[in-house]
Design a protein around this ligand. Structure first.
Ligand code: ZN
Ligand code: ZN
Length: 170
């Protein structure tokens, strides 16, 4: 949702409290599109702060559905967003200040998306010690070993290195 901030910038009695549902059901995180699993309404507060400036706060709970980096199982990423900004029209050229405001139009979705990116975990794991999947048979190693013997794995690795070196020589 987009909100024209003109009133908030000019009217010194301006206060707005509103609950706004996010309008995106997926978003790009580090180049990969992830579905939004659940989202609460965004609690948005706008307040005039003198001389063409607006104080903005937004709270929201959002849950993104992602996949474990190691075993590819579904992982839910719950995020609590709490953010505040002081927007000054005269500083509107500052990209930090205007990523979600363009020509004094506030884009609530962009504001929330920016916060999600800041809060997003660097590593997505189903559990801290996820064992991942076997690179040879593809089995999930968390319930137990797959049966590929270490010897086989070593042999396979040796032959891979071997063919790699041969290819290099040609
Ligand atoms: Zn995992
Ligand atoms: Zn295996």
């Amino acid at each position: 949702m987009k909100i024209d901030l003109e009133d908030a910038l000019s009217n010194n009695k301006y206060i707005l409290d509103e609950e706004i549902l996010p309008e995106f059901d997926n978003m790009e995180v580090r180049g990969i599109n992830k579905p939004v699993y659940e989202a609460s309404p965004v609690k948005l507060h706008l307040e005039h702060r003198g001389k063409r400036s607006v104080y903005i706060t937004a709270d929201a709970s959002i849950c993104i559905l992602d996949k474990c980096d190691r075993c590819l199982k579904d992982v839910y990423i719950p995020l609590e967003i709490q953010t505040e900004h002081l927007y000054k029209e005269e500083e509107a050229q500052d990209p930090d200040n205007t990523a979600f405001i363009e020509n004094n139009i506030l884009d609530v979705d962009d504001l929330i998306k920016g916060e999600i990116l800041t809060e997003y975990p660097v590593k997505v794991l189903c559990k801290e010690d996820c064992k991942g999947i076997c690179p040879f048979c593809g089995k999930d190693l968390n319930p137990g070993d797959c049966g590929c013997k270490d010897q086989d794995k070593n042999l396979r690795m040796a032959s891979l290195i071997d063919s790699y070196l041969k290819n290099k020589e040609v």
